[in-house]
Design a protein around this ligand. Structure first.
Ligand SMILES: C[S@@+](CC[C@H](N)C(=O)[O-])C[C@H]1O[C@@H](n2cnc3c(N)ncnc32)[C@H](O)[C@@H]1O
Length: 220
């Protein structure tokens, strides 16, 4: 079933900027249709790292996923907007906290989402954050990552340029730092016992966006 885009965006009213931002993101970015489908209906509690205004929560609930949800982000204004919209959307079992992931990491066991966040951290901090996220993944949980990848393609260059532009014009408070490579991601996840599957997720956009689904292999 398609996402109720206007209903979700309306949770951000009367802030018209966030209304149109949400509507256009939900309409153009394949991320929000793809990620809820990655979770079972009885999935593990979810920690959404760098949750922004919490669009993922609305998409999960609209897709029938009632998992306990905690979203964290360093941007206090986005967290405030996320809380208000979550209440307006009538969503239970959801919490939002301000947290700078380069300084602290919330305690969690279950599943983790890390959507379009890695590029705002320096290379070494990306590895640290990935390791912390991987350690939270329970036996039945999973780590869902969306990221651009450094692979020398024109899409990769376009993604970097757009992330830099987004900071210059003020869409993003944090500036672009680095793109990880698929090899680095796979190796870090493997070190923490996770098997990762990579799928392209650029839809009709020109970006080099990939969805990475990482799980603990079933014990034979
Ligand atoms: C492109 S947005 C993605 C938002 C959300 N994950 C989504 O896909 O709708 C990136 C988010 O990462 C957050 N972020 C960047 N650096 C962070 C840090 N050090 N700690 C926590 N959040 C961070 C930003 O504030 C921003 O909300």
């Amino acid at each position: 079933m398609p996402l109720p885009k206007r209903t979700i965006a309306a949770s951000f009213l009367p802030d018209r900027y966030r209304y149109y931002y949400s509507l256009s993101k939900l309409a153009m970015d394949p991320l929000y249709e793809a990620v809820p489908g990655a979770f079972d209906e009885d999935a593990e509690p979810l920690l959404d790292l760098g949750c922004g205004i919490g669009l993922l929560l609305h998409c999960l609930r609209a897709s029938g996923r009632k998992v306990p949800y905690v979203g964290v982000d360093t941007d206090a204004a986005k967290i405030a907007a996320a809380r208000v919209a979550s209440t307006r959307g009538g969503h239970d079992n959801a919490d939002f906290q301000v947290c700078d992931l380069s300084e602290q990491f919330p305690k969690h066991q279950g599943s983790v989402a890390l959507l379009d966040v890695l590029q705002y951290l320096p290379h070494q901090a990306q590895g640290t954050l990935l390791s912390q996220a991987a350690q939270c993944v329970s036996k039945r949980g999973q780590l869902v990552i969306r990221t651009g990848l450094a692979d020398g393609t024109w899409r990769s260059a376009m993604t970097r340029a757009t992330d830099r532009f987004g900071h210059l014009v003020g869409w993003m408070k944090t500036s672009f730092k680095a793109q990880p490579s698929a090899q680095e991601l796979r190796a870090t996840l493997h070190r923490h016992g996770l098997h990762a599957e990579f799928k392209p997720l650029w839809g009709r956009t020109p970006f080099n966006n990939w969805l990475v689904l990482a799980r603990r292999p079933a014990q034979g």
